[in-house]
Write a protein that binds this ligand. Sequence first.
Ligand SMILES: [Zn+2]
Length: 134
Amino acid sequence: MSHTYIPTQLRKLIANCANDCCEYCLQPESMSFISHQTDHIISEKHGGDTTAENLAFACSLCNKYKGSDIATLDKETDKITALFNPREDEWNKHFQLSEDGALSSPTAIGRGTIKLLRLNQPERIEPESVTSIL
Ligand SMILES: [Zn+2]
């Protein structure tokens, strides 16, 4: 998590572009007890800037689990793989939502992101809320 001040106007721009939903798990901010946050896609420690191109709207859990990580190990290919980048990657190409609310992925980027951000943690899966946003 960054300690860099993000101007209110920039935060609002990021939230608007994301339709007030987490850009990783798609949870609407209105359904979250904790306000969504502004995530540095490429963290500052890896040289990421505080610009709209490098900021994503993220729920507190996605932001917490992602931390400053930008990559992870994909067990299926046994290779280091970049995490999902909301500015470069298309969500629907990397994530598939099942009726029970769990996510799966045909790509290393998707699998790595699901694992690292713990997107399929039982307490994060709420079928009723997921179907309402699709
Ligand atoms: Zn999220």
